[in-house]
Design a binder for this molecule. Structure first.
Ligand SMILES: [Zn+2]
Ligand SMILES: [Zn+2]
Length: 388
């Protein structure tokens, strides 16, 4: 694939961008230096339009093809933010800000999409428009959600959108993807049980919120074991239990519990939210107490549209020949899901080799993956909008 040869030539330059981002990690929406550098580079490549401040600190760079006979627009997305981790790689280009680190490889994603933007602006060998999307706050802040809410899809008429994440444990240059649900929805809940506190020697004069909470914890296990189809994945974990009394001889008035729900199917997610409420309130009622649930939806399920997944597989095959088209889903969550809910598209994993896992202080993005990732981004644009 000719794209790949060009990226081999551009590798030292793209690597230098990547290592500069690695030295200067920024968190959440606070990616001002990174976003400014991305915008500056994109302007230097001759992109037709570069807009900063989309979804607070996101950057959009537009590249028009040689022709535009059908009004086609393809979005390519990378994330720019780092993590609050103390880096332990010992690399010469380690983080210069203690406590902040590019430990998820978003420095690599941004550099690869910049490489693709440079190539696409130089060749323009496609019939339509490429919209390069650089988003802030993937790590929990919902930067993708903010960019969609800011009207990005409508403003640039984005019709389909593609994203990528590096993956330790998969060889460099190998791709992995699956149609349908690839990553989980991650929701949080807080349960408050209110009974009637009192002397622990007089339980009959109290309503013991601790006993009610214990019944609720056990009853919640029936969501996974008795309610949801065993062929569908679901996790319901109660992770904290706190009473309002530290004493050994007091029946507490209230108990608070917090936990997480992970699902891969939006219908299962809706069901679990409803069922969790029924079990909590019903169990409390049966035991004479009251209970409330505050349920907060986090990132939705990352769902790859089957047709777009097939295109992504084709391009990955052309780039490297090594693609797993049916990789198992992960129970982690991904903010690109908001973009995939707004437009059809696909999210693909690119091997990072035998490295520490993402979010580990010894993790590092492998620069040898750059030609593969940049080729895939550029290849998606060219394949979806072939030159007239
Ligand atoms: Zn991450
Ligand atoms: Zn990540």
């Amino acid at each position: 694939m000719p794209v790949k040869n060009r990226f081999a030539e551009l590798l030292p330059e793209i690597t230098a961008w990547r290592r500069d981002f690695h030295e200067h990690p920024e968190l959440q929406f606070d990616v001002h230096r990174t976003a400014a550098r991305v915008a500056e580079l994109c302007r230097g490549f001759g992109c037709d339009e570069v807009v900063e401040g989309v979804g607070r600190t996101g950057v959009v760079a537009v590249i028009k093809g040689k022709t535009d006979s059908k009004g086609r627009v393809v979005g390519l997305r990378a994330d720019m933010d780092a993590l609050p981790i103390i880096e332990q790689t010992g690399l010469p280009y380690s983080s210069k800000t203690p406590g902040k680190m590019h430990a998820c490889g978003h420095d690599g994603h941004t550099a690869m999409l910049l490489g693709a933007a440079r190539y696409l602006a130089e060749t323009r060998n496609f019939d339509g428009t490429v919209v390069c999307i650089f988003q802030p706050a993937e790590e929990g802040g919902g930067g993708g959600r903010e960019m969609v809410a800011d009207g990005m899809m409508e403003r640039w008429n984005v019709q389909e959108v593609y994203g990528m994440h590096n993956m330790p444990g998969i060889p460099v240059g190998h791709f992995a993807i699956r149609p349908g649900s690839l990553m989980a929805a991650a929701d949080q809940f807080e349960i408050t049980v209110t009974g009637k506190g009192g002397h622990a020697a007089k339980p009959h004069e109290c309503i013991d919120s601790t006993v009610v909470a214990a019944h609720i914890v056990v009853a919640l296990q029936t969501i996974a074991s008795r309610n949801v189809d065993p062929m569908k994945q679901v996790v319901v974990s109660v992770c904290t239990v706190e009473t309002d009394s530290p004493a050994h001889n007091v029946i507490p008035q209230t108990v608070k519990m917090r936990g997480t729900v992970r699902t891969l199917d939006p219908k299962v997610q809706d069901f679990v939210e409803t069922r969790l409420g029924q079990i909590v309130e019903g169990t409390a009622l049966a035991l004479g107490a009251r209970a409330e649930v505050a349920y907060t939806r986090g990132y939705p399920v990352t769902v790859n549209a089957p047709e777009n997944t097939a295109y992504a597989v084709e391009v990955a095959r052309a780039v490297s020949g090594q693609v797993d088209p049916d990789t198992p889903p992960l129970m982690g969550a991904e903010d690109f899901s908001f973009m995939l809910n707004a437009r059809p598209g696909a999210y693909i994993f690119l091997g990072n080799g035998d490295t520490a896992s993402v979010h580990h202080p010894a993790y590092n993005f492998d620069d040898n993956a750059i030609p593969f990732g940049a080729s895939w981004y550029a290849g998606m644009a060219e394949a979806r909008m072939p030159a007239a």
